[in-house]
Design a protein around this ligand. Structure first.
Ligand SMILES: [Zn+2]
Length: 479
């Protein structure tokens, strides 16, 4: 597959840019006006407290419906019974002429809870100051959802002819169990039947000291494969030790698991991701990232690549033992001891073969191993599609000279649910946020998004969606 990966030279990019229809080259939007309106809308959206738990996405869905109704776009509030009191999914569609397949813009309407005392502003007041919109969800991901919403509205207002329908979806419960997208995908296959692509969160844009190092399109993510280990023993008094104490038994098993060095495997997406990262490095480090396959064959290169935890996690299946339960009394030997393992598999890893390997390492048939939660769904998108190319071209116009990366996420998103419906999913971060700022704001305190970044995201979405309209005649089976 790697030979198919397109690595555009400037000349090739220009040629491709010229080959898209003229309409795509001249956005009809007043971006300054749109940016300011978007900031106001985001401020309103942030004022609806959709902290999960409990979520309260019925309120956000109602608000979205109202905003779109003013533009003549009819939205639907869905799945209220299935999701429980105060909860909902939201769906709307801007119709095109039907000649191409649809593109769905998907965001989650819930946010993570706040520690109010650690914020310098009210996290649910939608404060606009110092060039930023402040509030829980500004980055994750109401800000992103509003960029999608306002791009859709701007396209509707412009009267731009659409070959592909544009679908707008707001899901509940991404931050806890992913129930919203799961229910949506299960119950509304009809609404998704003609959807070719989903665009949602989960890109990877690295900005350090004002310099954008790479712009990453999220093409895959690790599979969540949590396991519980149980060791049985015999309950007795701690004053008389026996060989049936399950606690040291479990400890020995965990020691073997912790010492297991899972095999290293370089997937095409991660290889390309590292190549983009290489351009921010110099000397040997640059060479190692440029050709990770070769670097992994040399002891020094391999040690350096694996020394960075994030890179290590992209090169192998990982296991973190986390929860441990034995006795709750010092003088009591428990009847059983258990541990939970946070296992994350590479996007293309089969679960059965991994389980076999894990059992081999455990090497103890008295240990029981059981899956926590659902059977993991896979999400690994092709690197070379029309949408991926449109995003690459648009990003290269907006941030010229910045390497375009294919990012694989170590965390989980809603994308596997949509991917399970046969849709090609991608993640983007439609803003250029400094690494430190992002780390502080994402699930942290004083989350905020600059108005300048709203303008960036609007230009990115508008550019991509316009390009895709120029070429919506999809041959079935292309995917
Ligand atoms: Zn999110």
């Amino acid at each position: 597959m790697i030979s198919l990966i397109r690595r555009l030279t400037c000349g090739a990019a220009l040629l491709l840019a010229l080959s898209v229809p003229a309409a795509a080259q001249t956005p009809a939007f007043d971006f300054d006006q749109l940016r300011d309106e978007t900031a106001q809308r985001l401020s309103e959206y942030l004022r609806i407290n959709s902290s999960n738990p409990p979520g309260n996405e019925l309120a956000t869905a109602r608000w979205l419906k109202e905003v779109l109704a003013k533009e003549g776009i009819e939205g639907q509030i869905l799945d209220t019974a299935e999701l429980g009191p105060g909860r909902a999914n939201f769906y709307a569609r801007l119709k095109g002429n039907g000649s191409g397949k649809a593109i769905a813009l998907v965001h989650h309407m819930d946010v993570v809870p706040v520690s109010r005392e650690l914020w310098s502003v009210d996290p649910f007041a939608g404060v606009i100051k110092d060039g930023y919109v402040w509030g829980r969800g500004a980055l994750d991901m109401k800000g992103h959802g509003i960029m999608q919403l306002m791009t859709l509205i701007a396209i509707k207002r412009s009267g731009m002819p659409l070959s592909r329908d544009l679908v707008f979806i707001g899901n509940a419960d991404e931050e806890l169990a992913g129930l919203g997208s799961r229910v949506f995908v299960e119950r509304h296959r009809d609404l998704l039947a003609d959807v070719e692509y989903v665009l949602t969160e989960g890109g990877d844009v690295r900005v350090e000291n004002g310099k954008t190092r790479w712009f990453g399109l999220g093409v895959g993510e690790k599979q969540v494969y949590w396991q519980k280990l149980v060791v049985k023993g015999k309950a007795s008094h701690g004053s008389v030790p026996t060989a049936d104490n399950p606690v040291p038994h479990l400890a020995r098993v965990l020691t073997r698991i912790a010492a297991w060095e899972t095999p290293i495997r370089l997937t095409p997406a991660v290889d390309r991701f590292f190549k983009a990262q290489a351009q921010a490095e110099a000397g040997q480090h640059r060479r190692w990232l440029q050709d990770a396959a070769a670097a992994l064959r040399s002891p020094k290169g391999r040690a350096w690549l694996l020394s960075e935890p994030e890179r290590n996690a992209l090169l192998r299946n990982t296991i973190s033992p986390t929860v441990l339960v034995g006795s709750n009394k010092t003088n009591t030997i428990p009847a059983e001891a258990s541990a939970e393992l946070d296992i994350r598999l590479l996007p293309d890893q089969g679960t059965l073969s991994f389980r076999r390997e894990l059992l081999r390492v455990i090497a103890d048939t008295s240990v029981t191993l059981s899956l926590i939660g659902d059977i993991p769904r896979r999400f690994s998108a092709p690197l070379d599609t029309e949408l991926a190319r449109a995003i690459e071209r648009t990003a290269s116009r907006l941030v010229p000279g910045v390497p375009f990366a294919t990012a694989v996420g170590t965390g989980a998103s809603d994308r596997p649910y949509y991917a399970s419906a046969g849709i090609t999913c991608y993640g983007i971060d439609p803003y250029l946020v400094e690494l430190e700022e992002g780390r502080r704001g994402f699930h942290g305190n004083d989350e905020r998004l600059s108005i300048e970044n709203l303008a960036f995201g609007l230009r990115l979405y508008a550019g991509v969606l316009q390009e895709m309209q120029g070429s919506g005649k999809t041959v079935s089976g292309e995917r």
